[in-house]
Design a protein around this ligand. Structure first.
Ligand SMILES: [Zn+2]
Length: 187
């Protein structure tokens, strides 16, 4: 059986850091293998889990992307967070970054902001596995970023199920803020 040090000797420090990042994001071992297809990556990921606070990689069934979009991330603040992340992700993809690098970069930035903004909340709002599943939909064209004809921002749009009605979250948010703003009367 190969020792961890023998395996790691063939990887770059950046690859090792990316696997450590994925473990800290609570990525499944299958997901780590898909993003970082290196020999023995599963056993190394499991060992990294063993030496971290979360000693067991997450298991259980994955939620379908339609459920994530239509239910889990349906509230406005969730949609805004996701839209922002997918715009960043799409920009990186168009700039020629790999899928794995784009997913990792965007989620790492999100986590840094999350820790910065919500020191009292240990659980990130957007889960890595959810972000990864939905990002895969953009790559396979099961979802697209549609530009709003009113404000020009890009919105995540799921092609299936067709009952999903696309609306612009930026326009909705501006409208909600306008409704909530106190009416200023001028004499
Ligand atoms: Zn808009």
């Amino acid at each position: 059986m190969l020792k961890r040090q023998q395996v790691l000797a063939h990887w770059t420090p950046r690859q090792i850091q990316q696997i450590r990042d994925l473990v800290s994001f609570q990525a499944r071992v299958d997901t780590i293998k898909a993003l970082m297809p290196l020999p023995h990556v599963e056993s190394v990921a499991r060992q990294f889990y063993l030496s971290s606070a979360d000693s067991v990689p997450p298991r259980g069934a994955k939620a379908p992307v339609s459920t994530l979009i239509l239910k889990t991330y349906a509230p406005r603040t969730s949609k805004l967070a996701l839209n922002f992340m997918y715009n960043q992700f799409d920009d990186l993809q168009k700039a020629g970054f790999t899928f794995a690098d784009s997913v990792l970069y965007v989620y790492k930035s999100y986590m840094q902001d999350h820790h910065h903004l919500a020191a009292n909340s240990p659980t990130p709002f957007v889960k890595f596995e959810h972000f990864y599943s939905i990002a895969s939909h953009l790559v396979t064209k099961n979802a697209v970023l549609q530009r709003c004809s009113t404000c020009g921002s890009r919105n995540f749009f799921l092609r299936n199920p067709s009952r999903y009605v696309s609306s612009c979250i930026s326009c909705e948010s501006i409208a909600a803020v306008s409704r909530a703003a106190p009416v200023v009367r001028t004499a």
